[in-house]
Write a protein that binds this ligand. Structure first.
Ligand code: NAG
Ligand code: NAG
Ligand code: NAG
Ligand code: NAG
Length: 374
């Protein structure tokens, strides 16, 4: 029993000694091995140290990725800080040292060293390796009118890391096809089926894909993929909707004596909404009847049929109003009845006036001629 207890105690002692040894071997300075810093933002690097009794800390140096002095100072004398312009000493607790890179850029990537000069034991150092990161940002989703121009843009703030940019299209059915790509030291490549109507900018940061003319089948979502070294693929998605604007038409015919059937038709994408505007009157025979007919090209034919008493056409203006997401205000198509009446009155008045003037002239001429004959 006695022997066992002794053995136990000595194992504990050994473990303790081993631990103490490890700490000494590792030094008194600790720093995170690897950190990630977002580009264009400030970033703070930190090293911690522990001081033994009787020891004093004389000086702290920070070295940059090229092993050049970034900053150095004496603890307790924060006014005596010397170093490079793009970094500053950050506030920290008494057993840490922290420096802030004011605005992280691609060139700040690499390993930083913090060196602590202790007296009398000498210097200790720690190292932190920094990776500069960025996200791909995109515009908001876009809508474009079929046949016009559409542009989609992505951007990535670390073009130095980009090897290639690839744009892929994902249709509503989920099929993914490559559209275009741009690799470092080459020209933009456009896939054959998109040639002559798709363009890509020759940039590794701001990438703009332009369609002219844009077609209904271009609708869907697009992924812009930035292939980076050595952070892998960074990508983002932006979606495009294609509109076909309506060009409504109104036609009408007499279906039975005293009853007129009027059709307002519109071909558009997405389907238009048709309403009838009948001025202060209720001589319509029931509410309008609307039908939608999807067409193979992706548009929809909407027909709204209104049946009215024929007398109504002479008295009030009947308008078909077509509402569509792609229009700022609805398109109004009038059945022209009221304008017709006004025009008729105008023509009649003009005709009568001309006749009067002509007869007056005739009269005068007749009188004059009569006198001469005398
Ligand atoms: C900086 O010094 C370390 C050793 O202290 C070395 O491993 C590293 O390669 C040096 N870096 C440069 C850029 O000279
Ligand atoms: C863009 O559209 C897609 C699909 O229509 C949708 O999932 C996504 O949330 C939209 N993004 C934005 C920023 O509105
Ligand atoms: C209105 O449309 C319907 C269905 O499309 C058609 O049967 C009817 O003949 C049309 N009427 C007129 C006046 O065009
Ligand atoms: C339509 O108008 C007439 C008078 O102009 C009125 O007697 C009738 O009640 C109205 N009908 C409806 C459904 O409002």
């Amino acid at each position: 029993m006695m022997g066992q207890a002794n053995y136990c105690r000595s194992v504990q002692a050994c473990l303790f000694l081993l631990l103490v040894g490890l700490v000494q071997v590792l030094g008194k300075v600790t720093a995170p091995g690897h950190v990630e810093a977002p580009v264009e933002k400030p970033f703070t690097l930190t090293c911690s140290f522990s001081k033994e009794r009787g020891e004093s800390l004389r000086k702290i140096h920070w070295l940059d990725v090229q092993n050049q002095t970034l900053l150095s100072y004496q603890p307790g004398n924060r006014d005596g800080v010397s170093g490079q312009q793009h970094v500053e000493l950050a506030s920290s607790s008494k057993d840490t040292s922290a420096i802030t890179i004011r605005r992280v850029g691609f060139r700040d990537e690499g390993c930083y060293t913090c060196i602590f000069d202790f007296h009398p034991s000498g210097s200790q150092q720690g190292q932190t390796c920094l990776t500069v990161t960025a996200q791909v940002t995109v515009d908001s989703n876009k809508t474009a009118v079929s046949g016009k121009r559409a542009s989609l843009s992505c951007s990535y703030a670390l073009p130095e890391k980009v090897q290639q940019i690839v744009w892929r299209h994902v249709s509503a059915q989920g099929d993914s096809t490559e559209v275009a790509s741009f690799a470092k030291r080459s020209d933009p490549m456009i896939e054959p089926q998109f040639q002559d109507r798709v363009w890509l900018t020759a940039s590794l940061s701001e990438s703009t894909l332009t369609f002219q003319p844009v077609a209904i089948q271009d609708e869907g979502c697009f992924t812009c993929m930035y292939e980076t070294y050595a952070d892998g693929i960074k990508s983002s998605v932006v979606c495009l909707s294609i509109y076909v604007l309506p060009k409504p038409q109104v036609s009408y015919k007499t279906t039975s004596p005293g009853v007129i059937e009027a059709n307002c038709t519109s071909v558009s994408r997405p389907p238009a909404e048709i309403v009838w505007n009948v001025e202060r009157d209720n001589r319509t025979v029931g509410p309008p009847l609307t039908r939608q007919l999807p067409r193979p090209d992706g548009t929809t034919l909407v027909t709204s049929t209104l049946t009215v008493q024929s007398g109504l056409l002479k008295d009030v203006s009947i308008k078909c109003l077509v509402h569509h997401k792609g229009l700022e205000s609805p398109i109004a198509v009038s059945m022209n009845t009221k304008i017709g009446t006004a025009l008729t009155i105008l023509i009649s008045v003009t005709t009568v006036a001309s006749l009067l003037v002509m007869s007056l002239c005739f009269c005068l001429w007749k009188c004059f001629l009569h006198k001469e004959a005398d």
